[in-house]
Design a protein around this ligand. Structure first.
Ligand SMILES: Cc1cc2nc3c(=O)[nH]c(=O)nc-3n(C[C@H](O)[C@H](O)[C@H](O)COP(=O)(O)OP(=O)(O)OC[C@H]3O[C@@H](n4cnc5c(N)ncnc54)[C@H](O)[C@@H]3O)c2cc1C
Length: 591
C-alpha cells in the first residue's frame, strides 16, 4: 500500500547542499530530507582537499580575487553576479561551519589553516595563493558530519534509503515527489509546499570516474522527463589525477602541498605549458596537457598514464627550483594527506612517500545541471521563468558559478552558500504559501508503474551490458577531447542503447532491497543524460573550459558566450541564454 507524507519543505539528497538547505529551512518550517543513501555516506564525504574562502589567514587575499579566479577558471561562462555572491558569502559560510563545530586544521596561532589549490591566485603577483580551508584531507567528511549532527539537533525529519523516482509538477508548480522505500519496495508520496533537489553529480555516464556508484542523475532525468530543461550539460570536468584505470581521486591537495606531474622522460612537463602556475593550473588545462603528453608518446612506458610525484625529497627539489623556501618531510605529508597516501597504498600497492604514483584524467564534476537563480529557485526556460515551489542546489544545480570549468575547492563553497540561500528561500516561501491539492493515488500509481515496467519486462537485454557500452562510448567519444564526427557517432549509439534498454530483463522480481531493479531504473536516467550531454556538445562548435572540440580548438565569444538549455520531448531541443557579465570583461585565458 502506498504511504503519504506532508511537509512544508522537502529536501531530496543529504549531501552538503541538501543538509545545509535543510538546516536553514528547519529553523522556521517543518522540514524533511529524503536520501537514497544513509546521509553520512553521501558523496560530499569523499571531498578531500578543502573549501575555499578568502580568509587571508596565511597571506593577503580578497574575495574579489577569488571571484576573478573563478570567472577566469570557468573560461568566462560563469554568471558573474552569482560568482560575486558565492565568493563574498564563502567567508561567512566557512566561519558558520567553524562555529557549528567543524574541526578545521589550524595555524600555530589558532586560525583556520589554508593551502594552495589549482587556479587560485594572488591577482597582483599572479602567484598561487593559500585559499583552501581544510581538515587534513577529509574536509568533505567533516562538513557532512557537522551538518548532519546540526540537522538532527534541529529536528529535521530524515527518510534514509528512500529513492525518489518522480517529481510532481503540475501547471508549472512543484507539489512534492514520489519515492520508493528501498528496504520494502513500498511507494511513498511526499506532498510539500517547497521541494529542493540536491542529489549531487552524475559521473556514472563515464567508465573512468571519481564518482560513486550512486551518482546516476536520477533527479535531473526526472525533471527533464517532466518537461524542464537542463543547462550547460556539455561542460563536464575531467580531473587530472584519478588512480590509473580506477579513477578514484587523488585530490589536488597533493599538488597544493607541492606534488608535480612527471612524464616518461622524467620531465616536469607543466613548466612547458603553463610557466606561471605549472602543476597548479586549472583542471581542464592539466587534463589536456596529460593527454597531449600521452598522445605524443611521453606517457610512462608509452602507456596512457603519467606520474604524480610526491616523494618528499622531490617536492623539496621542486620547491627549491621555484624559489619557495618551504621544506617538508614524510611526517608532514602523512599528516596533511593521510587519506590520499592511504588510497595509493590500498588501491595501487604503491607507497607515494617512496615511489611516484600512476595517474590519468577521470570524469569528475558536472558543471551543468538543473538551472537556478541566485536563490536556488529552478528556472523553467531561457527567459528566467520560475517553477514555483521547486529549488535545486549543489552539484546537481547550475547557478552558474563554475561556468565551463570548476576550480578545485569551489564545489564545497557552492554547496554551503547556495544550500543556505535555497533553505532560507524555501522557508520564506513556505511561510506565505499553502499546500496545493495533489492526486496522491494517481501519483503513487504512476510511480509504481515505472518500476513494474522494468520488473516485469521480458526482454533479452542485460542492463549491465548496456551500462558498460554506454560508459566506454562516453569515455571514447564524449571525453577530454571531442570531435563533431565522434559526437554524431555517440548520439547514434546512445539511441541504439536506448532502444535496447526498452528490451531489458532483470532477474530479481521482488520488492525488498531490489538493487537489480533500481540500478536498471538508474541506467534509464543515465542514458537520457548521456543523450543530452552529447547533443549539447555537438552543437557547441568551439572549445571552452572542459569542453574541447578538436575540430573547433578556439573559444568563440562571438557565437558561444552563452549557456545552453536542453529539453527532451521525444527528441532534444536546444536553446541558449546570455552569460551575465557584470565586472570582468571576457579576456584570453593565460596562466
Ligand atoms: C573524490 C572527490 C573529491 C572531491 N574533493 C573536493 C574538494 O576537496 N573540494 C571541493 O570543493 N569539491 C570536491 N569534490 C566535489 C564535491 O565533493 C561534490 O561536488 C559535492 O560534494 C557534491 O555535493 P552535493 O551535496 O551536491 O551532493 P552529494 O554529496 O553527492 O549528495 C547527493 C545526495 O543525493 C542523494 N540522492 C541521489 N539520488 C537520489 C534519489 N534518486 N533519491 C533520493 N536521494 C538521492 C544521495 O543519497 C546523497 O545524499 C570532490 C569530489 C570527489 C568525487
Amino acid at each position: 500500500m502506498p504511504q503519504y507524507h506532508q511537509f512544508d519543505a522537502l529536501v531530496v539528497g543529504a549531501g552538503g547542499a541538501g543538509l545545509m538547505a535543510a538546516l536553514h529551512a528547519s529553523k522556521s518550517v517543518n522540514t524533511a530530507v529524503i536520501s537514497k543513501l544513509y546521509p553520512t555516506r553521501s558523496h560530499t564525504g569523499t571531498a578531500q582537499g578543502g573549501i575555499s574562502a578568502a580568509l587571508g589567514n596565511l597571506e593577503e587575499d580578497k574575495w574579489e580575487w577569488h571571484a576573478y579566479d573563478t570567472i577566469k577558471g570557468g573560461d568566462f561562462l560563469c554568471d558573474q553576479d552569482a560568482v560575486d555572491i558565492m565568493c563574498r558569502e564563502a567567508i561567512d559560510a566557512v566561519i558558520e561551519l567553524e562555529h557549528m563545530g567543524l574541526p578545521f586544521d589550524r595555524t600555530p596561532d589558532g586560525k583556520i589553516s589554508q593551502r594552495r589549490f589549482g587556479g587560485h591566485t594572488n591577482n597582483e603577483t599572479k602567484k598561487p595563493v593559500m585559499r583552501a580551508c581544510h581538515a587534513a584531507d577529509r574536509t568533505g567528511h567533516m562538513i557532512l558530519q557537522t551538518l548532519y549532527q546540526n540537522c538532527i539537533k534541529n529536528n529535521v525529519k530524515f527518510f534514509d534509503e528512500f529513492q525518489v523516482i518522480d517529481v510532481l509538477i503540475e501547471d508549472g508548480k512543484c507539489n512534492g515527489v514520489v519515492a520508493v522505500q528501498l528496504a520494502t519496495g513500498e511507494i511513498h508520496v511526499f506532498h510539500s509546499k517547497a521541494t529542493l533537489i540536491a542529489t549531487g553529480g552524475f559521473g556514472k555516464m563515464w567508465k573512468v570516474t571519481s564518482n560513486a556508484h550512486s551518482l546516476t542523475g536520477d533527479l535531473p532525468a526526472a525533471v527533464l522527463r517532466r518537461g524542464l530543461p537542463l543547462e550547460d550539460m556539455e561542460f563536464f570536468q575531467f580531473h587530472p589525477t584519478g588512480v590509473y584505470k580506477l579513477g578514484i581521486l587523488l585530490s589536488e591537495a597533493a599538488r597544493g602541498e607541492g606534488a608535480v606531474f612527471i612524464n616518461d622522460k622524467g620531465e616536469r612537463f607543466m613548466e612547458r605549458y603553463m610557466p606561471t602556475l605549472k602543476d597548479l593550473a586549472p583542471r581542464d588545462i592539466c587534463s589536456r596537457c596529460i593527454y597531449t603528453e600521452i598522445r605524443e608518446g611521453r606517457g610512462i612506458g608509452g602507456k596512457d598514464y603519467v606520474y604524480l610525484d610526491f616523494r618528499p625529497e622531490q617536492i623539496n627539489k621542486y620547491f627549491e627550483a621555484d624559489g619557495n623556501p618551504k621544506r617538508i618531510d614524510a611526517h608532514y605529508l602523512e599528516t596533511k594527506l593521510p587519506d590520499i597516501i592511504e588510497f595509493a597504498r590500498v588501491y595501487q600497492g604503491i607507497d607515494p612517500i617512496k615511489e611516484p604514483v600512476p595517474i590519468q584524467p577521470t570524469a569528475h564534476y558536472a558543471m551543468g545541471g538543473i538551472p537556478t537563480d541566485n536563490d536556488a529557485r529552478v528556472l523553467a526556460d531561457e527567459t528566467g521563468r520560475i517553477v514555483e515551489g521547486l529549488y535545486a542546489a549543489g552539484e546537481v544545480a547550475c547557478v552558474s558559478v563554475h561556468g565551463a570549468n570548476r576550480l578545485g575547492t569551489n564545489s564545497l563553497v557552492d554547496l554551503v552558500v547556495f544550500g543556505r540561500r535555497g533553505g532560507l528561500a524555501m522557508a520564506d516561501y513556505c511561510r506565505q504559501a499553502s499546500f496545493r491539492p495533489i492526486n496522491r493515488d494517481a501519483a503513487a500509481k504512476e510511480g509504481a508503474a515505472q518500476l513494474d515496467r522494468i520488473r516485469n519486462n521480458d526482454g533479452n537485454e542485460r542492463p549491465h551490458t548496456i551500462r558498460k557500452e554506454m560508459q566506454a562510448l562516453m569515455d571514447d567519444k564524449v571525453g577530454v577531447y571531442r570531435t563533431g564526427a565522434g559526437l554524431e557517432e555517440a548520439i547514434d549509439k546512445i539511441h541504439e542503447l536506448q532502444a535496447r534498454y526498452k528490451r531489458i530483463r532483470i532477474d530479481d522480481k521482488g520488492f525488498k532491497w531490489n538493487t537489480d531493479l533500481m540500478e536498471a531504473w538508474e541506467l534509464g536516467a543515465l542514458l537520457d543524460l548521456a543523450e543530452v550531454t552529447a547533443f549539447a556538445a555537438l552543437a557547441r562548435t568551439e572549445s571552452r573550459g572542459g569542453h574541447y572540440r578538436e575540430d573547433y580548438p578556439k573559444r568563440d565569444d562571438v557565437n558561444f558566450l552563452k549557456h545552453s538549455m536542453a529539453w527532451k520531448n521525444g527528441t532534444i531541443t536546444l536553446k541558449y541564454k546570455p552569460v551575465r557579465i557584470t565586472r570582468i570583461p571576457p579576456q584570453e585565458r593565460k596562466y
